[in-house]
Each structure stands twice: as structure tokens, then as C-alpha cells.
Design a protein. Structure first.
Length: 261
């Protein structure tokens, strides 16, 4: 099923769960499905929570459509509520998956088809995601070993780690998280220009911003123009074209919401 909407992503995850051994440990199955180390319980529980939150995302997306009876499309959620309330990680997988019945899958399939047609979300190619992921991992090591001021170093590392997590959780959250992080990173440059000044003379700082610009270009090819402040757009001429970036006045830049990271 398409991964360009929340219903499709939830359906894919549940269908993957249907293929698992019902007698296997619940924690083992969730860890495998969500690509988490089995002993990393905090991350695992967080990702399971994000899977459950897809229900709210589906409802929100349906409400944007005209002439849609949202309650009817969401009538299956009572079964999922039961499944997650019974989700004891130390029990057998069957204690969870037995509640995922055909009505849930049928409604999700129908809903995914509607959302895919009427309000599809951009899909980043797996090859591009892997390239961005590997690039972020490599850059983290370089920044840690650099002589950058501690505040700048911490900010760069924070944004790169957010990108890594967003890609690891892509099958749950889709492309929106990656887009938001990129826009927020460029937006930060408006309020903290020291993180961008010297990008053409400092090797490590230059590598960070080249990586972010490259990521922005990849995103813009599938998600449309990213939105960044006009100051930042002028600083990155490689992004400064109508189909790559929407340059907004500082007080209209939505990315400022995340610049305190």
C-alpha cells in the first residue's frame, strides 16, 4: 500500500505484523518491525506510541476533505484501541495481533486509497533516504572532532541526529519530519547568523551547510519548494530558484517555530 499517507503507513505496519509468528515475544516483533534494538526499550515504546498516533493523523487528514463522514471512516479505531491496551511487550505477539481484524485492514485500505488520491504526501526515494542518512552519520563524526565553538557544534549535532531519527522512523512518520527539520535548520540562521557566517571559509561548517543544502534540494524535487527566510535564500544561491525555495520575510517563516532546538 502507498506510504504517501498515514493510513497507508499504518496499514503496512499492521500487515507486516500479520506475517509475524503469533507465538513470538511481542517485544521482539515490534523491535523488528520498527527497526529498534531489542534492548532499547525507551526508543521502542516511543515508536510504538508514534504508530498509535497515526490514528489521530488519519482523522486530521480526513477532516481536510469535503463531504467525508469522518466518524464512519474511523469506526475501526475501537478495535485498535483494544489491541494497544493489550500490548504487553512481555506477552506473546498474538495478544496484540489477534485484535487486528479484517474490518481494521479493510477500512485502512479504503481510507489509504482516498487519501492517496485526494491529498498524497511526498515520498522520498529509499536510495535518497539512505544517502542522507549515511551523510548525516559521517558528518556527525567530523563535527565531534572539529574545533567549532561548543554552541554551534551542539546545534549541528542536534539537527543531524534529528534527521537520522526521522529517517529511521520514516515508515511511521513519512517525509514530513525530514522536511520540517530542514526548514527549521535554515530558519535558525535568521536568528543565529553565527551558525552560517564563515561557511565558505570553515571546512566543517561548510560541509554541514553543503549537506543541508543538498538535502533541501532532494526534498524540493518531491515535496515542492521548501520555505525559508529571504536572508537565508540569498546566502544559498544554489537553492534560490522558484521551484526549490519559497523565500519568506523573517516574520512569516514557519520554520522559526523550531529554531529553539
Amino acid at each position: 500500500m502507498d506510504v504517501n499517507n498515514s493510513a497507508g503507513r499504518l496499514l503496512n505496519i499492521l500487515m507486516e505484523g500479520k506475517e509475524a509468528n503469533p507465538n513470538e515475544n511481542c517485544k521482539k516483533v515490534w523491535s523488528r518491525i520498527l527497526n529498534v534494538e531489542e534492548d532499547n526499550s525507551f526508543v521502542l515504546v516511543g515508536r510504538i506510541g508514534k504508530v498509535f498516533s497515526l490514528v489521530d493523523n488519519i482523522s486530521t487528514e480526513l477532516k481536510k476533505l469535503d463531504n467525508v463522514d469522518v466518524k464512519r471512516y474511523m469506526s475501526w479505531t475501537k478495535y485498535l484501541d483494544t489491541a494497544f491496551s493489550k500490548c504487553n511487550l512481555e506477552s506473546s505477539w498474538n495478544e496484540f495481533i489477534k485484535h487486528i481484524n479484517e474490518p481494521i485492514l479493510d477500512y485502512l485500505h479504503m481510507t489509504s486509497g482516498m487519501l492517496s488520491t485526494n491529498c498524497p504526501q511526498p515520498v522520498l526515494p529509499r536510495s535518497e533516504l539512505e544517502s542522507i542518512y549515511d551523510g548525516a552519520k559521517d558528518l556527525i563524526d567530523k563535527i565531534i572532532d572539529s574545533d567549532l565553538p561548543q554552541s554551534i557544534k551542539q546545534y549541528f549535532l542536534s539537527q543531524l541526529r534529528k534527521i537520522i531519527i526521522a529517517i529511521e522512523e520514516y515508515k511511521i512518520t513519512g517525509s514530513a519530519e525530514v522536511v520540517d527539520i530542514v526548514e527549521a535548520t535554515f530558519g535558525k540562521a535568521v536568528l543565529s547568523k553565527e551558525i552560517i557566517e564563515g561557511k565558505d571559509t570553515d571546512e566543517v561548517k561548510g560541509k554541514f551547510w553543503k549537506f543541508m543544502a543538498k538535502t533541501a534540494l532532494v526534498i524540493s524535487t518531491v515535496a515542492g519548494a521548501i520555505q525559508i527566510a529571504d536572508y537565508t535564500a540569498k546566502t544559498f544561491p544554489e537553492l534560490n530558484s522558484p521551484d526549490k525555495v519559497i523565500a519568506l520575510p523573517v516574520n512569516e517563516t514557519k520554520s522559526e517555530k523550531g529554531t529553539s532546538s
